[in-house]
Design a protein around this ligand. Structure first.
Ligand code: DC
Length: 238
């Protein structure tokens, strides 16, 4: 008698955590492209839920209403590699209930709102299984705040990416200005410090260094240099 045995090949997971503008997104995308892996921006998934909250006229501070909204309507959050027609500087294409919201989720209002709602267990319990499932089925470079500690604690390579706060604020300010947002460096710096504090002091899934994470300080490094050292490390591991 013949038996067919399917063995699901274990995926290679690269998990990256770190504070705002440490370079996670652009680097992760570049590393993913060089290795042929999928880039997963979990921050974008949470941003979708902040946008969804706003679309439903619910205050970001209303934890119960947000939990009920997610439970009752289960919004669809999808990430994909930008197609030829979508290549407009975005790192990935983000869809909320089928609508392309890749840029709508990047405003300062959503940035502020998302750092409030990510403190809620109903919000985290909605995204964590989605992200974990993606990592099980494909080789990924996944970035966020608790990927190395909660979502993929057994990832093959765990990285904590950091940079000097002034340099991070400068990078973020430059990015916002290039998108035409009228905001001062000081305002960006203050908001970044505030968001870092909220992300690392929250009781649920705070941003912290995983025990065996590789600490990568990107101060003074170009994105290309950071991507190169990560790809070299992966090649060394294989
Ligand atoms: O990386 P980002 O700026 O797009 O993240 C948006 C917000 O979501 C930020 O306040 C941190 C939070 N976040 C989180 O709590 N967990 C993640 N895995 C990703 C982002």
């Amino acid at each position: 008698m013949w038996y067919d045995i399917w063995v699901m090949e274990k995926t290679f997971q690269i998990a990256i955590d770190g504070p705002v503008a440490a370079g996670k997104g652009t680097t992760a995308k570049m590393v993913a492209a060089r290795l042929g892996y999928l880039y997963v921006d979990t921050g974008a998934m949470y941003r979708c839920l902040a946008l969804y909250t706003k679309q439903n006229n619910i205050e970001f501070s209303d934890e119960q209403k947000i939990a009920k909204l997610l439970e009752e309507s289960s919004p669809k959050v999808e990430l994909s590699i930008p197609s030829e027609t979508e290549k407009d500087g975005r790192l990935c294409t983000v869809k909320l209930n089928g609508e392309d919201v890749s840029w709508q989720i990047r405003t300062e209002e959503i940035s502020s709102g998302v750092s409030v709602i990510t403190q809620y267990s109903g919000v985290r319990d909605y995204i964590t299984p989605l992200a974990r499932e993606i990592g099980k089925t494909q080789n990924v470079v996944m970035e966020g705040r608790e990927i190395t500690t909660v979502v993929l604690p057994d990832a093959d390579l765990k990285i904590y990416m950091d940079a000097d706060p002034k340099e991070r604020a400068m990078r973020r300010h430059r990015e916002l200005m290039s998108r035409g947002e009228d905001v001062t460096y000081q305002a960006v710096y203050d908001q970044l410090v505030e968001r870092d504090k909220r992300d690392s002091e929250r009781t649920i899934a705070p941003l912290k260094k995983a025990k065996n994470a590789w600490i990568l300080d990107t101060t003074g490094m170009t994105i290309d240099q950071v991507a190169q050292v990560i790809v070299a490390k992966v090649e060394e591991m294989k």
